[in-house]
Structure formats: structure tokens, C-alpha cells
Design a protein around this ligand. Structure first.
Ligand SMILES: C[S@@+](CC[C@H](N)C(=O)[O-])C[C@H]1O[C@@H](n2cnc3c(N)ncnc32)[C@H](O)[C@@H]1O
Length: 298
């Protein structure tokens, strides 16, 4: 079966012959020779988009998909796209100064994106782009591009806030450490059950993406224990990417978790998820009778 594209269209792994020969004829007329193409690693990728009677031929300037930052060599079972992890961090309201913790880190995407963002690492710094292999990317353009990359390198700060990331899966932790090495990141990864999470300072941010579906062991009982651990994080904000309503239900059972924003809907691939945001007051605030925001699904 051929793959389906983002909008359900048919994706072919070889161009239809008449498109291929038109491109080849055009190039032979322009440069006097038939282009030789390595089908597994072409210098220039073309996309043909057909909708009704209209066909559009695109030249791909990006190369690998743009959500790929280039540092992630290894992934766990259910990795987040780097861009979704970055969006989650923006939604969390984290100020890039306090400690950040991901207690179910998998291959480390949230923690690494946090570190790169906090140290002003430009998102494309570890990757190459398709246009770099194009013939019309000439010396002038290449020099300007290399100057820009060098300027981005100069902006990177060596020191960032403390970022801690843990998981129970030692294979995922090895992948996360490898990814940290290629991102030149000092995030600290360690083995720990999320239910043993405890505050390490007076404030900070927990940002995480708990397991769900087939990967979840323990069901609702696990989420309740996780929620209890989160509720003990005095002075912290808690941001959770929830792939199942069970997570929201479990968190709603903890009085100490004060909802700060209405849940925000996002898609993790095809899975509809909700970004849930809470704050745990510190001890002196906890006595304050401010009512939490009303709960319930938006
Ligand atoms: C959805 S994945 C997280 C993926 C991660 N955000 C990434 O980009 O790779 C959920 C993670 O929770 C971990 N996990 C499951 N039960 C756990 C527990 N009791 N304590 C800590 N981590 C747990 C799994 O090993 C898995 O890596």
C-alpha cells in the first residue's frame, strides 16, 4: 500500500515517469547533459502536488522535516517532536531562570529543548538544510549563511539553569544522554520513578508528558499517585501534556493543584492531547483561601 500524505493524498516513492522525463528534458536543454540522480540521497528533492486539474512542482529547500533540530540521534518509544516540546515549554510560562524538571523524560526532548532555549541556541544550529546542496547556493550565499551560523554560535551561553530529567526506563535514559551529548547540553539525567518526585528548591517548573495507551502500566492508580507527587511540589508550576482524559481526572483530585489556565488542545501526531497547567502554592500561600479556578473540560 502506498503511504498517505498529510491530507490523505497518495505518496509515491518514485516520480511518475512523465514528470521525471519532463524534468530531465528541461535540464538537458539547459545544461547539455542528463542529470544523474542518487535516488536514495538526492541533492535536490522535488515534490509534485496534484489537486484536481492543478499540479504544482515544488523544490524542497529544507531537507529533513523542519521539526528535526539535528541533535536527536536516539529516540525512545513515544518521542515528542522537538517543536511540540518547545511549544509545551512556551505554554508552561517557564521563565528560563528557575529549575526545570521532567520526571518522565523518555529520550529527553522536553529537558533538552528547555536547555537549548534557555542558553539561546538557535533551533537549526545542529542540522543542515536541503538548500545547502543546491547548485544555485553559490559562494556569496554560502558565505552569508556561514556568517549567520557563526553569529548564532557566538550567542550561545555556556551556563543555563539547572534542568533535571528522570525516567524508569534505562534504555530511554541512555538515548537521552546520547542526545544531550550531541546537543552539547548539561541536562542531568537519572533513574527515578515519577511517583518519588520531591521538591529540590522553593520554586521551579515541572513540565512532562506522562505515558498513556499501550505504554501505560498501572492505569488510573498510577496517575493518582503521580498527581499526589505533583501536589507536593510546593511553589512549582506543573505543566502536563495529557494524551488521555484519565490524567486530567487524576490531577483534578488534588486540591493543592490550582489550575492556572484553561487546558489547551494540541495534537501529538494524530493523537489529540491537552496541555494542563497548575501551580502548587508554597506553604505560606497554601493557607490563603483563594479559590482555585473552576475545573472541567473547556
Ligand atoms: C510518553 S513517554 C515520554 C516521551 C518523552 N517526552 C520524549 O520525548 O521522548 C513517557 C515516559 O514515561 C516513562 N515512565 C513510565 N512510567 C514511569 C514511572 N513510573 N516513572 C517515571 N517514568 C515513567 C516511560 O518510560 C516513558 O519514557
Amino acid at each position: 500500500m502506498p503511504d498517505r500524505g498529510a491530507n490523505g493524498g497518495r505518496v509515491l516513492d518514485r516520480p511518475p515517469l512523465d514528470v521525471l522525463s519532463s524534468v530531465v528534458d528541461y535540464l538537458r536543454a539547459r545544461v547539455g547533459a542528463r542529470p544523474s540522480v542518487d535516488l536514495d540521497d538526492p541533492d535536490v528533492r522535488l515534490f509534485l502536488h496534484v489537486q484536481g486539474p492543478k499540479a504544482t512542482l515544488y523544490r524542497d529547500l529544507s531537507g529533513d522535516a523542519l521539526h528535526k533540530r539535528g541533535y536527536r540521534r536516539h529516540v525512545g518509544d513515544a518521542p515528542l517532536k522537538e517543536t511540540l516540546a518547545a511549544a509545551l515549554l512556551r505554554l508552561s510560562g517557564w521563565n528560563r531562570g528557575t529549575m526545570l524538571i521532567d520526571p518522565m523524560c523518555g529520550s529527553g526532548t522536553i529537558a533538552l529543548e528547555a536547555d537549548l532555549w534557555a542558553r539561546d541556541v538557535a533551533p537549526g544550529l545542529f542540522r543542515r538544510f536541503g538548500f545547502e546542496r543546491h547548485l544555485d547556493f553559490d559562494d556569496v550565499a554560502r558565505r552569508a549563511y556561514e556568517d549567520l551560523r557563526a553569529e548564532c554560535e557566538r550567542m550561545v551561553r555556556d551556563e543555563g539553569p539547572v534542568i533535571l530529567a528522570s525516567d524508569v526506563d534505562t534504555r530511554a535514559l541512555s538515548a537521552a544522554r546520547e542526545n544531550a551529548r550531541s546537543a552539547r547540553s548539561a541536562v542531568r539525567f537519572f533513574e527515578q520513578d515519577a511517583r518519588a518526585l520531591a521538591p529540590k528548591g522553593f520554586d521551579g517548573a515541572v513540565v512532562t508528558n506522562p505515558p498513556y495507551g499501550e505504554r501505560l502500566e498501572g492505569g488510573m492508580a498510577f496517575f493518582r499517585e503521580m498527581a499526589t507527587a505533583f501536589a507536593a511540589m510546593n511553589g512549582h508550576t506543573i505543566t502536563v501534556l495529557a494524551g488521555t482524559p484519565m490524567i486530567e481526572d487524576a490531577l483534578a483530585g488534588e486540591r493543592a493543584l490550582r489550575e492556572t489556565h484553561k487546558p489547551h488542545q494540541v495534537f501529538n501526531g494524530a493523537i489529540e492531547c491537552r496541555v494542563l497547567r497548575y501551580r502548587v502554592p508554597n506553604r505560606s500561600e497554601a493557607a490563603d483561601p483563594v479559590a482555585p479556578m473552576p475545573r472541567g473540560r473547556a
